[in-house]
Design a protein around this ligand. Structure first.
Ligand SMILES: C[S@@+](CC[C@H](N)C(=O)[O-])C[C@H]1O[C@@H](n2cnc3c(N)ncnc32)[C@H](O)[C@@H]1O
Length: 226
């Protein structure tokens, strides 16, 4: 009982200390599947990189609520790129782990979200509500849209939320090198899905990178590009 009251008080304290970010969460709550707390923590990390010049790229946007919130924090003077199939997730593979395979079998779960499918119009609507004036929603499978995409400028902030090994790996291989030194990479599913963690380890290992992986929030990590 006492622990429950303590937990509630802690949540209320966190909320009142972070009012500005919670207001942004509430503005976009129907456009994101992140928890309020993780959404707020993601925005707070992103805000630390406000001075880094370059565009903002999110791969795996669902209804666009995270990109829209980031635009409210980072301002209208940037280009925002939103990559998604807008057809949901591809089938999980063995490398993604048992819980990923189970997630896609369990279509009645309240967390199934129609296999993360959302029409592109949702993401466009979220971005139109945001501070962003220049945004591009790129529809298609990452392996067809991401390689060779011409952003015409470095990436300041790269956010990967494609869940699976293949989806994460193709984005790391083609976009990590485009992130400016001192820029931010957030990987939303690092603690959530085995395949995502494997892709991150494998990619950094192959590059012999010494970039550090840091905890962002309960499911996600971040890396500062060196
Ligand atoms: C968990 S959802 C993203 C959630 C969103 N960022 C949010 O916080 O609300 C994962 C998204 O990644 C997309 N996705 C995953 N793998 C993909 C791939 N290989 N190509 C294109 N889209 C992909 C899915 O369509 C889905 O919209």
């Amino acid at each position: 009982m006492l622990n429950r009251i303590k937990g509630k008080l802690q949540r209320e304290r966190f909320r009142s200390k972070n009012r500005k970010y919670f207001d942004i969460y509430e503005k976009y709550s129907e456009f994101t599947m992140m928890s309020a707390e993780n959404y707020v923590l993601n925005l707070k990390i992103v805000e630390r990189f406000r001075e880094v010049k370059g565009c903002v790229v999110e791969c795996g946007v669902w209804r666009g609520g995270v990109s829209a919130g980031m635009a409210d924090i980072l301002g209208s003077d940037r280009n925002y790129f939103l990559f998604d199939s807008f057809e949901g997730l591809p089938p999980a593979q063995e490398i993604d782990g048992a819980s990923a395979l189970e997630y896609q079998r369990n279509t009645d779960s309240p967390y199934y979200f129609d296999n993360c499918k959302a029409e592109k119009e949702w993401a466009e609507k979220a971005m139109k509500k945001s501070a962003a004036r220049k945004f591009t929603a790129v529809q298609g499978w990452f392996n067809e849209t991401v390689p060779g995409y011409n952003f015409n400028e470095p990436i300041a902030i790269l956010r990967l939320d494609g869940d699976w090994y293949d989806s994460t790996m193709v984005c790391l291989e083609h976009l990590y090198p485009l992130v400016v030194k001192g820029g931010l990479i957030v990987i939303d599913d690092y603690y959530m899905w085995d395949g995502c963690a494997r892709a991150v380890h494998e990619y950094l290992g192959k590059q012999q990178s010494s970039d550090r992986i840091q905890e962002a929030y309960s499911t996600g990590c971040y890396i500062i590009k060196s």
